[in-house]
Ligand binder design. Structure first.
Ligand code: ADP
Length: 238
């Protein structure tokens, strides 16, 4: 099997993804996008990172006991992704739907590399992925994301703060160090893969307006008709 991630896919559907650190506001934006697309009559399918039943329990247990090495963590996430790609992402893409993904392979590229995995190795591992039609990166300073997260809840999650890496005993300090490294990786990834970089400090509505403009442009040649329902001239005559 060739490396599918190197070229555009030929499915009738469209794949739109969002990336950014926690608290960047990417979920807010993709949810608003979903509502807008549905309101215009498009068939939309939404999926999130790390949500497959296949390895969820293993990842959860590994995280709890701090059992996973960066490489095993990375492989488990890729396994999870391969399962979601096959069962959740490809079927709607083949059926001509618009698939919206909250985090995609770039999350693994950023996180796994910060945890010590080789950048080229992780990119190769995800070579089977479908290249997105449109990928947004919500760029935000640490202080802003931290403030947004802590408004919603009392404390930071262990892995979200990178506490497993022993960067600092203080979760907030650890979060800042860990997420700064993730941002550095994201910035490089945005250049490498030509992600649409959004100023995620802007108000929700103004970012959404920009997102919709990009999406609208991408949907210009989109019909949403699956291959199987396009009849050949011969079939149509029958
Ligand atoms: P993420 O998915 O990147 O973790 P969310 O979309 O869940 O981020 O947003 C985190 C918090 O920040 C939520 O409480 C959300 O309402 C708020 N938020 C999102 N976007 C903005 C914005 N542009 N300005 C201010 N607050 C925002």
């Amino acid at each position: 099997m060739g490396n599918t991630f190197d070229h555009e896919h030929s499915y009738p559907g469209r794949l739109i993804i969002v990336e950014g650190i926690d608290g960047s506001g990417k979920s807010t934006q993709i949810q608003l996008l979903q509502k807008w697309l549905v309101s215009m009559g498009y068939r939309v399918f939404f999926t999130e990172w790390n949500s497959s039943a296949l390895v969820k329990e293993t990842i959860r247990r590994g995280k709890k006991k701090n059992l996973l090495t960066p490489t095993t963590f990375s492989i488990l996430h890729a396994t999870d992704f391969a399962d979601r790609l096959a069962h959740l992402i490809l079927p709607p893409l083949k059926a001509g739907m618009i698939v919206l993904a909250d985090r995609y392979v770039f999350t693994a590229f950023a996180r796994d590399v910060v945890r010590g995995v080789h950048p080229e190795w992780v990119r190769q591992m995800y070579g089977f992925a479908v290249r997105p039609d449109l990928a947004f990166y919500f760029k935000v300073p640490i202080e802003v994301s931290l403030k947004r997260i802590l408004v919603g809840r009392a404390s930071l999650k262990f892995h979200e703060a990178g506490m497993d890496l022993g960067l600092s005993d203080d979760p907030k300090e650890s979060f800042k160090i860990f997420q700064s490294k993730i941002i550095e990786e994201y910035n490089a990834i945005a250049d490498e893969f030509k992600l649409v970089v959004m100023d995620a400090t802007k108000p929700i509505y103004s970012q959404q307006a920009i997102v919709r403009e990009f999406v609208q442009e991408k949907l210009q040649n989109y019909t949403g008709i699956p291959y199987t329902s396009v009849l050949s001239d011969e079939q149509a005559k029958r």
